[in-house]
Design a protein around this ligand. Structure first.
Ligand SMILES: [Zn+2]
Length: 494
């Protein structure tokens, strides 16, 4: 063998060794990739419900932020804005737990959401149970019908009377409470009656969609036959000073479980915590009866600002004490709280914000009721501008932005004909971000769609209406069955 041949053989042997090493390395790499994939699939296969919800919510929030308060056009995305399911804590994500969560979404008529939620799990393809559940939701979804938006009723209340012996104690305020307030026992009976009749709470934002260009289009509310959507609102949840000692809750709080509750000052000065007004009562009721709520949506709270919000003294006047603006009630408050300084005011703002955030998590929304509880046309456009700036600076800054205005005194900024561009109140408020406008109208339903707005009339379910016009409420409840016998009669005339 000559030198050349020997070298060639050596090179061949070298090449074979290199090829073998390469093959080994490639096999090893493939093995590593397979192991990584197995680990990843295992980890991602069972997404925690909280994570899923957080992601959906984040997506929806990004869409909303990006459009400056406009709602996503797609109904399904809009649903992510608020929790579709309540009372479901982080689950380890077994098939049973996921089906239970999906069942709750479906109970709140969010069939697409429930199907999407199950399908998002990699367990879905291997689970007959999950596939059966999804098929069940789809069948029910297909049986649903679009409810005519023009026929949706909107009912509203003021702060509920918890202790009737204090509200109806013969003082100067008794007559007013008797006319425009509702007692807790009446409210509970009214809601139970409406639930039994198949009523389901929807959001004003289910009724319409605000597009990025400012136009407003009709929403689509899909419910099984026999179910009737309605909008629920509550005005003036400020727990005004004048109500102190008259049997109303003191404020709304977030309790140690994260639930929104009321505090109430008992006769001996001790403080009770419970469901003493609409918000916590509805939260508790929906936990037990999820099908009372459409996609987890609840009512809308119409807030003024001049004495703060939700029982907290958050208005700027409590900070500045500007003498020309301090009212008699506010002076009494300062006199009885000598240590209420700027830090205390900031703490009120922080707590009110925490309550508002917890409420929004639970499906509640907020509306402007004007800062000063004003009637726009009676006040004039300049006053409306000043008032709106105060609302944005003192209320929206605490509870967040809204595109809904629920006029005080049942007033409006025009007659029954659609708003036009020549209405300076409308163009001003629209420019400030308001798209949905509510007045008071005693008819069962009054809904109006314009190119750039939606309007709805609201029905007062209070002592005056129940006493004088029970027949106007018979679609909702039987007044005789809900009437609180501790109410003095006759209810005073308006
Ligand atoms: Zn009001």
């Amino acid at each position: 063998m000559d030198e050349r041949q020997r070298r060639i053989q050596q090179r061949r042997a070298q090449r074979r060794r290199n090829e073998l090493i390469m093959k080994c390395l490639i096999s090893l790499l493939i093995l590593i990739v397979i192991i990584l994939m197995v680990v990843l699939v295992r980890y991602a296969a069972v997404p925690g419900f909280t994570k899923y919800r957080a992601e959906r919510k984040k997506q929806a929030e990004q869409t909303v932020d990006g459009q400056e308060g406009a709602l996503p056009a797609d109904g399904q995305e809009a649903d992510g804005k608020e929790p579709a399911v309540q009372g479901v804590s982080a689950s380890s994500g077994t098939v049973d737990e996921m089906i239970a969560s999906a069942d709750r979404m479906a109970a709140q008529y969010d069939y697409s959401g429930a199907i999407e939620y199950l399908r998002a799990s990699s367990l879905f393809t291997g689970s007959q149970e999950m596939q059966d559940a999804a098929a069940r939701y789809e069948t029910t979804r297909q049986s649903c019908v679009s409810y005519p938006l023009d026929q949706i009723t909107h009912v509203f209340f003021h702060t509920m009377i918890r202790d009737t012996s204090k509200a109806f104690d013969g003082d100067a305020k008794e007559g007013g409470y008797n006319q425009v307030m509702t007692t807790m026992s009446e409210f509970a009976a009214i809601m139970e009656s409406m639930y039994e009749k198949g009523y389901v709470m929807v959001s004003l934002h289910d009724m319409c969609t605000v597009n990025a260009d400012g136009t407003v289009s009709r929403g689509d509310i899909l419910l099984p036959p026999g179910k009737t959507p309605f909008v629920l609102s509550q005005d003036d949840v400020s727990y005004y000073h004048y109500m102190d000692g008259d049997g109303f809750a003191q404020k709304l709080i977030v309790d140690e479980n994260g639930d929104v509750k009321n505090t109430y000052i008992e006769a001996d000065g001790s403080i009770s915590v419970g469901d003493y007004d609409m918000v916590p009562w509805i939260d508790t009721f929906v936990k037990e009866h999820p099908d009372f709520s459409y996609h987890g949506h609840k009512g809308i709270i119409a807030l003024t600002g001049y004495e703060g919000v939700l029982g907290y003294r958050t208005d700027e006047v409590y900070r500045t004490r500007e003498s020309s603006r301090v009212t008699m009630y506010q002076q009494q408050f300062f006199d009885s709280h000598p240590d209420f300084d700027e830090a205390a005011w900031q703490e009120e703002v922080n707590q009110a914000t925490a309550v508002a955030n917890a409420m929004k998590e639970e499906g509640w929304e907020f509306a402007s009721h004007t800062w000063g509880h004003i009637s726009p046309q009676a006040s004039g456009i300049d006053k409306v501008k000043q008032d709106t700036e105060r609302w944005l600076g003192n209320v929206a800054s605490v509870v967040g932005d809204t595109d809904v205005i629920i006029f005080a005194f049942g007033a409006d900024i025009g007659d029954w004909q659609p708003y036009t561009e020549s209405n300076e109140y409308f163009t001003y408020l629209k420019g400030k971000g308001f798209n949905i406008f509510c007045n008071v109208d005693s008819s069962k339903n009054w809904v109006q769609f314009g190119n750039t707005f939606m309007r709805q009339g609201r029905r007062n379910l209070d002592g005056y209406r129940m006493y004088y016009n029970p027949e106007m409420l018979s679609d909702l409840f039987d007044t005789n069955a809900v009437w609180d016998s501790s109410r003095p009669t006759p209810v005073p005339q308006m």
